[in-house]
Design a protein around this ligand. Sequence first.
Ligand code: NAD
Length: 416
Amino acid sequence: MSDRLNPFAIAQAQLAEAAKVLELDPAVHEMLRWPLRELHVTLPVRMDDGIVKVFHGFRVQYNDARGPTKGGIRYHPDETIDTVRALSAWMTWKCAVVDIPLGGAKGGIICNPKEMSEGELERLSRAYIRQVGRIIGLEKDVPAPDVYTTPQIMAWMADEYAFLKGYNEFGVITGKPLELGGSQGRADATARGGLYTVREAAKVLGTELKGATAAVQGYGNAGSFAHSLGQELLELKVVAVSDSKGGILNWDGLDPEAVAAHKQKTGSVVGFAGAKKISNAELLELDVQVLFPAALENVITSENAGRIKAKISAELANGPTTPEADQILYKNGVYVIPDFLCNAGGVTVSYFEMCQNAYDYYWDLETVHQRLDRKMTAAFHAVHEMAQSYKVNNRVGAYLVSVARVAKAMKLRGWV
Ligand code: NAD
């Protein structure tokens, strides 16, 4: 992977830009450039055909100055240690930007869950916890779902961890099913939180969202809820959506329930009746008001950034925009809501889940929504004001807010 597209090199470059503006102490900057700890694990798993296959996985604990680390586990064939490092760095900034008392971590396994049976996935997930179990825990590091990991996978992991400990410690993993200590409102929290920031962005930009056109890249947890909730909460007209197989477009709008039912039945949004097939590249360049990159990293680069026509790019995915592309979007007046702000709703409700598990007392859905809204709205305005006052783009603004908070915690602890 070239350095320009290596997510960890990108994360370090983004930090360097903020460090320059903040005139950060060089020792603080050097500490924040690297993960504190990382564990590489090798996982033998008996497959359904009786053959043992060996998988490789990671857990990276980036920085715990503000509290126990927190971050999802991703199952993906292209997973690399540098992707996990970058995601763990972004988790650090994300928890700081919404001001929850947690640090950042991330995990991953190199595998293709689409080609694995349910039994194989369960054995792989349990094998991961048998290795990683020694470094996670409610007061150490709390995993959660990410790309291609589900509440069921979290349930197997929480169960395996209970075997290791000899008792249930539900707070060790978030994103669990409700029956096993999950929180109300976790399933759609990432998209919902992102939509609250889009609502606030429209206010500061003086833009009307009712009936505004939108396109969503990626139709998993983040993307599919961006579609349905975008319509329900903000009255957006979502005209295009996509997944790994391609995209669909209908300028009259796409019905979220019908698209979800089609994907459920066929495995993809592609082929949905009454919509035109488009590529993922074309989707990004549509003349829409709001774009939601909600799939993977590096989809908006120096190559296509000049052709992005959206007024707002709400980054539900982590790392969708490269640093060169950021500069082009800023110059062209595209209002970017940066990833670790826009998608912080997921970790915020995961934190609520940890709190509820600790007290074994559960909140209703309305309480979760209200508290999420308060956190996201405050974080949005802190970032917007920082970016305005330093005359920098919103991503640098978000780094300025988060890095200052993490650096303060490190200073107070006497690390630097
Ligand atoms: P998911 O596994 O539920 O869905 C991923 C979706 O992306 C699928 O629809 C898949 O088909 C699609 N996809 C994969 N490759 C693609 C490609 N090349 N082009 C277009 N679509 C492609 O994952 P998710 O949880 O929705 O995560 C999506 C993004 O949101 C990731 O960057 C993730 O890190 C980020 N995120 C998720 C959460 C969360 O709570 N789920 C929280 C914060 C950030």
